[in-house]
Ligand binder design. Structure first.
Ligand code: ATP
Length: 866
């Protein structure tokens, strides 16, 4: 049983263009939200929007603004030097020929420069006007480079304040020093006039008002809530692990210190650098200060981040904590200083947290690749023969008569028949005459289809919620739905979905965009040659057009070895792979099993991070990270969505069976909250490929034409997919709704151009590294396997690093000693065998078992047998 898209009620057969004009928009009928195409009309707002989202326009506008800013600056400075002489020329410009005035003017930018500067400098802000070109320049820079030199809104607020305040202060000075004749240029009209007005009211009190204005600005701008000085050096007051002062220094100095720190490895006080998001991106978020450095094992469950909590610990330390997220756990429990210290009560000031955002702005993951250009629409082809479905009146009438006659032959009279022309099929909706039981028509389904003797007829009896019967008849000339028309549509380009995928056009010509993040996984089936590969390419294209490489990672599994190869070029932008994998696209079954298990580890790691951050899902977690409320020092990082695509599950199930079934089912069951989504395609939708376990966890299923009704039932739980007409004609089943869609077409040339466009841009150093999974052969190296007589040459150095930082993390060794993942992993195993670090504990850093360098040096000597 199938359900067509909501279709308008119609009394007569009409052309599709007529149908769409006068009707109010219909509500979406599924949670996956479809959009609709409107009759083209000149929509200036939309045109402007489009223009502004076109990267060529923003580049042009950006450069124009930067030039304008330079021009304004030159004009203003020149006016401050020559302004007095130019004032009369500008004043008389309207009464005298412009050319003559132009030759008299002294401004370096001529008469226009003088006139503009006269307004901004002389009439308004005086020297404060110099702030304005800076704002214009920053705006231009942001547009041109898609990157902010300084946080634009905050810089604009500051500079505007500076312009007004400087003008007022200078106005006051000019007024009290009685030097308006000579110096009013410096304070501008606003500064002077306001002071004149207020002076008569407050006299000297003006100065106090101006001072207060500055104070109020600072209070709001820096979110000051108390006149107490912020106690940044707090970690000194509470006894902390020895390295924390340096850590704090890193917080304050932010990104600039990164380079210096890298070079300064041997120093005892090596500061722990801010951990980059996922450990490999280029821009490092300034971490949140560790407000409290006490061990607090007592908290297992995350507390709501803003609720103060009083925790009495076994150590006798009482802490009042406002923000659970920044509690660290690396204080040595045995610390004699701590037990000697009376229990401190610590009330962190929200100032610090707000201040991080105030100082650095929100964390922006896209700054990993600030120059990244989203693909442009012209990479996709505008098909010339992309004609709208050509269904003539004759064809409509002929089909109508045929349907009526056929039904009459079976003794079914009909009251009315209406047609909705879709891109591939036309839906005829029939209202049977009174007394005709729909179940009768249903039982005649096959006979009716046979009598109509057209391929691909699908009967929907009854149409859910309509009380009508639908008969879908393929159009003689079908419409080619181009990917370009989908990408450029308003529905897609303005979509705010987390993972928008455009699936095609409905029978009523609406563009259907779904959110993969909500689906949350998709099972795809279709016999060979029916459009599955094109469908996967469409899905990937949608995501690549909408997402920045920092927000999305793709794991591509292609046992057929040919279908997804073009996406290889995206390795350093969008692809994720195992650390030791050579090829980013996984074709070998053994590697697929490892990758699936690695994704399960990634899932568990992400769950731990979410738990630690007190968040319920990826969106909340990332939002919190962006607000700098999760400490990268504690392993928190911005988590990109991961989309796993498997093209041909059947091959994998044949060769690895349970080994792939189980991790797929586990991921499908659990991964939605942490942003891992699966798209699994197969040619053979038989029960030994799409097992009950897999099927149960994929609520959204998509079927291209399949070879039998049984296959259709396996994938969709109903027949119908065997009746499709191929070439991207498909049925989508989600939320127990079935929708017929025409998949857009995207050619391999277009995919090639798209991948080239993205791949030729600067990317990350490598593909996104998935956690290592050693599998049965490798297994977690345990202590006895490690030969300490055969230590890595970097062993001592790594040990010192770990002890200095009191953090047993592989990524620390990787970054600081510039080693690969595998070697760093082996080093950590050796350090574990030498009892310098504790055991592997999932996503948490290992415990460091040696508390100071002196003890370590003694251990190292013992190891060397000295
Ligand atoms: N959405 C579409 N619109 C128009 N034509 C299409 C569409 N999808 C597929 N086709 C046509 O069907 C052909 C086969 O499509 P595709 O390669 O995607 O099939 P497939 O199901 O992946 O086959 P296989 O399983 O053998 O790889 C395409 O080359 C194209 O000509």
């Amino acid at each position: 049983m199938a359900q067509p898209t909501t279709s308008p009620r119609q009394n007569t057969l009409r052309r599709p263009t007529e149908r769409t004009d006068n009707r109010p928009p219909r509500p979406n009928r599924s949670g996956a939200s479809a959009g609709r195409i409107r009759t083209p009309s000149l929509n200036w707002g939309a045109a402007l929007d489009r223009w502004l989202t076109d990267q060529r326009s923003t580049l042009t506008l950006g450069v124009l603004l930067m030039l304008l800013a330079i021009g304004l600056m030159v004009a203003f400075v020149s006016y401050l030097i020559n302004g007095a002489a130019d004032q009369s020329v500008v004043g008389s410009a309207l009464s005298e020929p412009l050319a003559e005035s132009g030759t008299e003017v002294r401004n370096w930018l001529g008469l226009v420069g003088a006139a503009v500067a006269q307004v901004f400098v002389f009439r308004w802000f005086g020297i404060g006007a110099l702030a304005l070109p800076v704002i214009v320049f920053l705006a231009g820079y942001k547009l041109a480079f898609r990157h902010e030199l300084l946080p634009l809104s905050r810089a604009t607020a500051t500079l505007l304040f500076v312009a007004v305040w400087v003008s007022l202060l200078l106005g006051y000075i000019v007024l009290v020093s009685n030097s308006a004749e000579t110096s009013s240029l410096w304070c501008g009209g606003i500064g002077y006039e306001v002071n004149v007005a207020l002076y008569s009211l407050f006299g000297w009190g003006n100065l106090a008002l101006i001072g207060f204005m500055l104070f109020a600005f600072v209070v709001y701008y820096f979110n000051v809530r108390t006149l107490k000085l912020p106690t940044i050096s707090r970690p000194d007051r509470i006894r902390t692990a020895p390295l924390r002062d340096d850590t704090l220094q890193t917080y304050e100095e932010g990104e600039q210190n990164e380079e210096d720190e890298e070079d300064d490895l041997s120093a005892e006080t090596v500061a722990q650098p801010a951990m980059a998001s996922n450990g490999y991106n280029a821009v490092i978020p300034p971490p949140v200060p560790a407000l409290i450095e006490e061990k607090q094992d007592a908290i297992d469950e995350p507390l709501p981040p803003t609720v103060p909590a009083v925790i009495a610990q076994s150590t006798g330390v009482t802490l009042t904590i406002k923000n659970r997220d920044v509690v660290t756990d690396d204080l040595d429990e045995e610390s004699p200083e701590l037990s000697a210290t009376p229990a401190p009560t610590f009330e962190p000031d929200p100032f610090e947290e707000d201040d991080l955002v105030a100082r650095h702005g929100l964390y922006d993951p896209t700054l990993d690749l600030p120059q990244y250009q989203y693909p442009t629409n012209d990479l996709l082809t505008e098909y010339q023969n992309n004609r709208k479905a050509q269904v003539s009146d004759d064809e409509l009438t002929a089909n109508k008569i045929k349907i009526e006659n056929t039904l009459r032959n079976f003794g079914i009279e009909i009251d009315s028949i209406q047609a909705s022309i879709g891109p591939t099929v036309t839906l005829y909706e029939i209202i049977p005459a009174k007394g005709v039981r729909i179940s009768k028509i249903k039982s005649l389904e096959d006979d009716i289809a046979l009598s109509l003797s057209a391929l691909g007829i699908r009967i929907i009896a009854p149409m859910p919620g309509m009380g009508t019967i639908g008969i879908e008849v393929p159009n003689k000339n079908r419409e080619m739905v181009s990917m370009r028309s989908m990408i450029t549509s308003d529905v897609f380009s303005s979509s705010k979905f987390d993972l928008p995928i455009v699936l095609g056009k409905t029978i009523s010509n609406e563009i259907y965009v779904a959110d993969l993040a909500k689906m949350p996984h998709l099972l795809m089936a279709g016999a060979t040659g029916q459009g599955k590969s094109v469908g996967l390419n469409v899905l990937l294209t949608s995501l690549i057009y909408k997402k920045h490489p920092s927000q999305l990672k793709l794991v591509l599994v292609d046992p057929k070895k040919v279908e997804l190869t073009l996406f290889n070029k995206l390795e350093r932008h969008f692809l994720a792979k195992l650390p030791d994998a050579e090829e980013p696209i996984i074709t070998d079954t053994k590697k697929v099993v490892n990758t699936l298990n690695s994704l399960c580890i990634e899932m568990d790691n992400r769950y731990n991070l979410l738990k630690d951050g007190g968040c319920r899902n990826l969106k909340e977690y990332n939002a919190k990270f962006v607000k700098r409320r999760l400490n990268p020092e504690k392993g928190h990082r911005f988590l990109p969505y991961i989309v796993l695509i498997i093209d041909e599950l059947a091959d994998l199930m044949m060769t690895a069976g349970k080994e792939v079934e189980q991790p797929i089912a586990r991921l499908a069951q659990l991964a939605r909250a942490i942003g891992i989504h699966l798209v699994v395609a197969t040619q053979r939708p038989s029960v030994n490929v799409i097992t009950g376990l897999i099927k149960a966890n994929f609520p959204a299923r998509l079927s291209f034409k399949v070879t039998s009704k049984i296959d259709s039932r396996t994938i969709l739980d109903t027949g119908g997919a065997e009746q499709l007409v191929g070439m991207g004609d498909m049925l989508l089943s989600s939320n127990s709704d079935i929708i017929r869609l025409q998949c857009p077409f995207v050619d391999t040339n277009e995919i090639e151009d798209l991948c080239e466009f993205v791949g030729n841009q600067r990317g990350y150093d490598d593909a996104y590294a998935l956690p290592e999974f050693l599998g049965d052969e490798g297994g977690q190296t345990d202590e006895k396997d490690v030969d300490l007589d055969n230590r890595d040459p970097m062993f001592d150095e790594a040990a010192r690093l770990i002890v200095i930082h009191q953090q047993g993390s592989t990524s620390l060794i990787q970054r600081k000693l510039k080693l690969g993942y595998n070697r760093a992993g082996r080093l950590v195993d050796q350090l574990e065998a030498a009892k310098i670090v504790g055991q592997f504990e999932g996503s948490k850093a290992r415990d460091v078992l040696v508390s100071d360098l002196q003890t370590l040096e003694e251990m190292l000597k013992r190891l060397k047998g000295e």
